[in-house]
Design a protein around this ligand. Structure first.
Ligand code: AMP
Length: 419
């Protein structure tokens, strides 16, 4: 088990903490503070232990990549583009420091670079907080060259005696501030957010309460095959929905009309179906559909009462018979992992299947099942249907939770001390 802030003495210590404050920004204003609030309990706990100082670091988008994309888009649209204003409004951490200061009711000082701040850290008042500029302003943060990454990691390490990592959302990245820093700090522990993520996600890939149901949806088999293979080890039932279901249906010899398909993954799909059969894992594919002629929000929904989809239609959501199957399986589960919507839930006419899944998982949770929702779009779905609070755990990391569920070791977690 990883050590947490509760396992070490923080009093009088200099803390360097990686948070995931990669919040959406517009013109220098925080648009959604979920990620800031998620780390507040850890920050508050650390401050209550009377440390010498607390230095916070995070990335906030990727200034070089994102600004290039924005510039290209502006050029394409024939609009003027002010690079400095764009970066100031989107990627500078100062407004986030000010936001945090308001939430804590305490000053949060700001440093406009991650380099050269040792004197500033040393001169902080007792228990003072300093927020560093966006780590990704420095090419060393994400450099593939280990020696170059170490240059920044070593510098950051001079700001703290204890490294606290609460940035689950970036734990799958081996960057200077998320993992490499740990080589140069003697004590490395998790914050409460990181601890909660690991506590809920780990059993799902090791020893979940049985029967366990994995609900995997979303657009593509290619991006979900690793998680399907990983969850197959412990699942009793695997619900495969969303756009990726049609590749599986095609692999079984059904007609899928104009539905989303990855023909080069038909063999992969067949292999997974065979592996599931060999392990006695029930695979639930859609048995009826809600289709459309075109992929658009105002497309007319056409029910298809059976497995095969006519040539002129594409599958956009699951039908009522499929939902009835889901109900039986989800409500009988003792643990549930959900990653990816089972239909195009962004379009109201095709959101019913995903909404029903969200309600069923909430109901199963109320009856005592452990439920974990991970991955950007299923999280967006439970939020859209106001059901996030009914789940045991809604992961704060899209890519990180997917990689965790794939059974991978996440670099930002692997570097933490064990107890
Ligand atoms: P992912 O990021 O892989 O979880 O994919 C999420 C996306 O899959 C969402 O934007 C959904 O609209 C999309 N999706 C779900 N069902 C379908 C479908 N039947 N056809 C096309 N896209 C779908």
């Amino acid at each position: 088990m990883i050590k947490t802030v509760k396992d070490v003495d923080l009093k009088g210590k200099r803390i360097i903490m990686r948070v995931d404050f990669n919040v959406p920004m517009k013109d220098g204003v925080v648009q959604d503070d979920t990620r800031i609030m998620a780390s507040l309990p850890t920050i508050q706990y650390i401050l209550d232990q009377k440390p010498r100082s607390l230095v916070l670091m995070s990335h906030l988008g990727d200034p070089s990549k994102d600004s290039k994309k924005a510039q290209e888009k502006a050029e394409k649209d024939g609009k003027p583009f002010d690079m400095d204003a764009y970066i100031a409004g989107k990627h500078r951490m100062k407004p986030v420091a000010e936001y945090l200061s308001k939430k804590l009711g305490k000053p949060v000082e700001f440093a406009d670079s991650c380099f050269g701040q040792k004197a500033k850290v040393d001169s902080l008042p007792e228990g003072g907080i300093l927020m560093l500029e966006n780590t990704r302003f420095h090419k060393e943060e994400t450099s593939k060259d280990e020696a170059q990454q170490e240059v920044l990691a070593k510098e950051l390490a001079t700001y703290g005696d204890i490294f606290v990592n609460d940035a689950f959302g970036t734990a799958h990245r081996a960057h200077a501030s998320t993992a490499t820093i740990a080589k140069f700090v003697p004590v490395k522990v998790a914050g409460f957010l990181m601890e909660k993520e690991v506590t809920y996600l780990e059993p799902m890939v090791t020893n979940p309460p049985k029967p366990m149901t994995a609900i995997i949806g979303g657009a593509k088999v290619s991006s979900k095959i690793a998680v399907l293979e990983s969850l197959l080890k412990n699942a009793s039932s695997l619900i495969i929905g969303g756009g990726m279901a049609y590749t599986f249906l095609k692999a079984q010899g059904h007609t899928i009309g104009k539905s989303l398909v990855e023909d080069d993954f038909i063999t992969t799909a067949k292999n997974l179906l065979a592996a599931a059969a060999a392990k006695n894992v029930k695979i639930i594919l859609p048995v009826d559909h809600l289709c459309a002629e075109t992929f658009s929000a105002d497309a007319k929904p056409v029910p298809v009462d059976g497995l095969d989809i006519p040539d002129n239609l594409m599958g956009m959501d699951v039908g009522p018979k499929t939902i009835a199957l889901y109900k039986e399986i989800i409500l009988a589960s003792k643990s549930i992992v959900w990653n990816g919507p089972v239909g195009v839930f962004e379009f109201d006419a095709f959101a019913k299947g995903t909404e029903e899944v969200a309600h069923l998982v909430a109901e199963a949770t109320e009856k005592g099942a452990v439920s974990v929702v991970g991955g950007g779009d299923s999280v967006a779905a439970v939020n859209k249907f106001n059901l996030a609070s009914k789940m045991s755990h809604v992961s704060t990391g899209g890519g990180a939770s997917l990689e965790f569920l794939e059974g991978k070791t996440l670099p930002g977690i692997a570097v933490l001390d064990q107890k």
